[in-house]
Write a protein of this length. Structure first.
Length: 621
């Protein structure tokens, strides 16, 4: 059974990858040239996310939305089939050892993807958000029911689109692992170039260093459920890697590994469009990456401004248009989705509120923000204990225990800074060993500062932490492994692999913690159903609440509407249909006693059903 489930996951991943590559090729060919397959994948994903966000404003995300994406995919296959086949034949990483290593890694990811979902946030709100997305269009005031449902992540849309009505929890097993497999397609070739002692560019070194966090995501991080941190970090880090390549001196960019196809100017220009796509995806996946993604996108825009007079196909008006249009296409419907669920464009931030009747009270939004910041500093303590700066000591001690997310990047960054000081004192290195690509430290440090101020849990800041670490380490390696010097890249490749593997802990403990459950549970199992009780708000609304929220506040697949944080002031905007959303009742209640035994007559599914009550209308209010 496990083997069959693994093959099913691999087949679905291959089909999705081909669809996204075809959609991406269709868009990137606007700039002409021959876009890379990896670039086409990410551009196709950004385009698909934009479509799902716009779709969800009017209709629930079901298999119909997924099937509509096959139309541009078929057109892309028709127009770009020769280009795709040519790249598959020319790329050396498709044949030989890199291909074998990639196949092993993807198979391992598929094995983990068939296991049960243990990700805490999926049980807390992620599974519920997916069910709301598949049953209704964007529901006004959904954050009034549960504040976490106001965190409008495109990951939820993707998971809902990949879960058919007959198997609604399938998307939880597909999407996170697919994203990790996709970043390996960029990281592994760069590491293999170091192993082959090729001349590496700064972007190659940066991607090779990212093997450390990516290996941790592959072997230890949960990849079943509504995981948002890894997809957002992946998008932000890849955007920085591409900009490092674009900002590298022309000789370094033009250096190609043996067997690589010659670079084409138009194709290299389309990489800036991929930067815009990746930055937009990072924000849509997780709002906490807005600082690093926004700064990275701005760096790309400034690069275009700086070279606006260059007579190069990279700087035609159509590139300007696409680079500016992609964030608007992806993020404008995302902002409208936030407004629909909470009344704020960037919930839980209370800036720019839209004064609608479903607006989440500002005090409740600030409470959610304060609770997240407090938990990121010291989990499970009163808010007052995380005020000021007294939390710094316990936070640092706790962060040191996270290993790959904090300890190793801190150690690598400290070593890199020490080496740079020694090089400066001893005047080692040439001016050509550094270049404009070092300006990418600015977006990394901007993201680092925002992460530390907003919510300094290491898993929330992996993109900024590893971007800073990767750039500093790349700076050192570019000096040591510069042109004309004795190559030592294989030693560095071995060191990167050892750091990646030694950060995973003892093999037996890793197997017990991450892999034992795969063979002892049913493959591709549906999410469990938490025991819930029925409670009524003052307006008579029936809400399902966990039986023992003090011990476990997760609702998992409980019927809608459910929440671990019951609010007696919750009310429906339209007593006849949940589709019209939720609001907070006024404190002036009628004096007549409420008949709690006769709640509003909804047709709720029984506890344990996976399907939500169907909406009576699919139009926006």
């Amino acid at each position: 059974m496990v083997a069959l489930a693994l093959l099913l996951i691999l087949a679905i991943w291959l089909a999705i990858a081909l669809i996204l590559i075809a959609i991406g090729q269709l868009l990137l060919r606007i700039l002409q040239g021959e876009p890379r397959l990896v670039d086409s994948f990410w551009t196709g994903l950004a385009t698909s996310v934009a479509f799902l966000e716009a779709w969800h404003l009017l209709l629930p995300v079901t298999s119909a939305a997924t099937l509509l994406l096959l139309i541009p995919a078929a057109l892309g296959c028709l127009l770009a089939r020769a280009s795709v086949l040519r790249q598959l034949r020319n790329r050396p990483t498709i044949a030989g050892k890199p291909a074998f290593l990639y196949a092993v890694i993807v198979a391992l990811l598929a094995l983990r993807a068939v296991g049960p979902c243990t990700y805490y946030d999926t049980g807390l709100y992620g599974a519920t958000a997916v069910r709301w997305t598949g049953a209704y269009p964007a529901v006004p005031g959904l954050a009034n029911l549960h504040g976490r449902l106001g965190f409008d992540s495109a990951v939820v849309l993707c998971i809902a689109a990949l879960g058919p009505s007959q198997w609604p929890d399938l998307g939880h097993h597909i999407f996170p692992g697919l994203i990790v497999a996709a970043i390996w397609a960029s990281v592994l070739p760069a590491w293999c170039k170091a192993w082959r002692r090729s001349q590496l560019t700064p972007s190659d070194w940066f991607l090779a260093i990212l093997m450390i966090p990516v290996a941790n995501w592959t072997l230890r991080w949960p990849i079943v459920g509504t995981v948002t941190d890894v997809p957002a970090s992946t998008a932000a880090l890849l955007a920085i890697a591409i900009l490092i390549e674009r900002l590298t001196d022309p000789p370094a960019v033009g250096a190609a590994d043996k067997g690589d196809p010659p670079a084409r100017p138009a194709a290299s220009g389309s990489r800036l469009v991929v930067v815009a796509s990746l930055c937009s995806l990072a924000v849509a996946f997780k709002l906490s990456t807005a600082a690093i993604a926004g700064a990275t996108w701005t760096a790309g825009f400034l690069w275009i401004l700086h070279h606006r007079r260059a007579r190069n196909s990279d700087h035609r008006p159509r590139l300007w248009f696409v680079y500016l249009a992609i964030p608007a296409i992806v993020l404008v419907p995302w902002v409208f989705g936030n407004i629909m669920t909470s009344g704020y464009p960037f919930y839980p931030s209370t800036i720019l509120p839209v004064h609608v009747d479903w607006l989440v009270p500002a005090a409740a939004a600030r409470r959610d923000s304060d609770m997240i910041r407090s938990w990121a500093r010291i989990p499970n303590v009163p808010l007052e204990k995380t005020a000021g700066w007294s939390w710094m000591g316990p936070w640092f001690v706790r962060s040191l225990a996270t290993g790959v997310s904090f300890t190793r990047p801190i150690f690598i960054s400290a070593a890199a800074i020490g080496c740079l000081v020694v090089f400066r004192v001893r005047r080692i290195g040439r001016r050509s060993d550094s270049g404009p690509w070092l300006w990418m430290l600015v977006p990394a440090l901007v993201g680092l500062g925002f992460w530390f101020w907003a919510a300094p849990d290491p898993r929330f800041g992996e993109s900024a932490i590893w971007a800073t670490t990767g750039i500093l380490a790349t700076w050192v390696l570019s000096i040591i492994d510069g042109p004309g010097r004795r190559p030592f890249s294989r030693c560095v490749a071995i060191g990167i692999a050892l750091v990646a593997l030694t950060g995973l802990g003892p093999p037996m403990r890793l197997f017990r913690d991450q892999y034992k459950a795969i063979f002892t549970s049913r493959p591709l199992a549906s999410l469990r159903v938490a025991p819930v009780s029925k409670q009524h708000t003052r307006s008579g609304l029936l809400v399902y609440v966990p039986v023992a929220p003090s011990k476990d506040d997760r609702t998992w697949g409980a019927p809608l509407p459910n929440t671990p944080y019951f609010n007696p002031d919750l009310a429906l905007r339209n007593p006849a249909d949940m589709r019209w959303g939720f609001t907070m009742a006024t404190p002036h209640l009628p004096t007549a006693p409420l008949q709690l035994g006769n709640p509003i007559p909804f047709q709720f599914p029984a506890v344990g059903d996976n399907a939500a009550a169907p909406p009576t209308s699919r139009t926006s209010p």
